[in-house]
Design a protein around this ligand. Structure first.
Ligand SMILES: [Ca+2]
Length: 295
């Protein structure tokens, strides 16, 4: 499996390099979420090199997923958001003309599914007492949806790109990512920005933060284009753990550079998580351990 991981990692470096060189290309999948396209030049200059960042993350890996259960998952979903309240599963998917949000249970067909407008690109989702938040990538809006019907209750402006979102019940706040190393703490009912902080590993920023999970005051984030899920202390912004989930990459997507790991949802009342990726045919229930799984 280590061999497979090296191949995958090298593939991801290559993809990132190609994307960097061809950010004006018309392949929607390739440019989707490519972070420099809408960033200021000054922000770009201070951003870490993707390959260097992936090497830094690899050096700090100290967690691995142990699979508790596998469920079939809709491989048509370009998964951008995954959350659960312990019973229902809420899944947000992206791509123009294909974005949806659904509520379901693991392994089951959608109970309720709503399509976004064709010109909207859906991103992260978060279940809160007030409803379900769903971000859009560059539409500069976020939706608060009804918990049951998923119909839109309110629409708010978001000048940032929308990537990941999670709800921290201990502080009753949202956390959002925008593809940089910055996370934004927000009012969970109004979406208003309360504060921002920078996520760092050994003192250096970690960029490309994507899908998020908040549980017990701890934040986890997929790092885009990598098989890594970082654990973050929101008080300091420091990365306190790096999980390597490359062992979960399904065979069917290993040729697809866009089908990266994306989606982490802690299961309340347990130390387990749902984990999946874009276009993955499998949803995993895992717990993170310090030892790689024996295969
Ligand atoms: Ca999540």
């Amino acid at each position: 499996m280590k061999h497979t991981r090296r191949i995958l990692t090298s593939l991801l470096f290559t993809v990132a390099g190609i994307a960097a060189a061809t950010s004006g290309c018309t392949n929607a999948l390739t440019v989707a979420e490519f972070p420099t396209a809408a960033s200021s030049s000054s922000a770009q200059e201070s951003r870490p090199d993707l390959a260097t960042q992936e090497q830094r993350l690899a050096q700090h890996v100290n967690q691995y997923p142990q699979v508790v259960q596998r469920y079939p998952f809709d491989a048509e979903l370009f998964t951008q958001g995954l959350d659960t309240d312990g019973q229902m599963l809420v899944i947000g998917s992206g791509l123009y003309e294909k974005s949806t949000i659904q509520r379901t249970t693991p392994g089951a067909a959608p109970q309720v599914q709503v399509a976004l407008a064709d010109d909207e690109f859906g991103e992260g989702v978060a279940v809160t007492p007030a409803g379900i938040w769903q971000l859009t990538w560059r539409n500069h809006i976020a939706y608060l949806r009804d918990l049951e019907t998923l119909t839109v209750r309110s629409t708010v402006d978001n000048p940032r790109e929308g990537w990941g979102v999670c709800y921290d019940e201990t502080s009753h706040t949202l956390l959002t990512s925008d593809g940089t190393s910055t996370l934004v703490v927000r009012d969970a009912e109004t979406f208003a920005e309360l504060r921002t902080f920078t996520v760092t590993l050994a003192g250096e920023p970690i960029d490309q933060l994507n899908e998020l999970d908040c549980t017990d005051g701890i934040v986890r984030a997929n790092v885009w284009l990598t098989p890594y899920v970082v654990t973050i202390d929101p008080a300091s912004g420091e990365v306190t753990g790096v999980a390597d989930i490359s062992s979960l990459y399904p065979e069917s997507v290993q040729h697809n550079n866009n089908a990266v790991a994306n989606g982490v949802a802690s299961i309340s009342g347990s130390d387990e998580f749902y984990v999946t990726g874009k276009l993955w045919p499998t949803l995993y229930r895992v717990r993170f351990t310090e030892e790689p799984a024996h295969e």
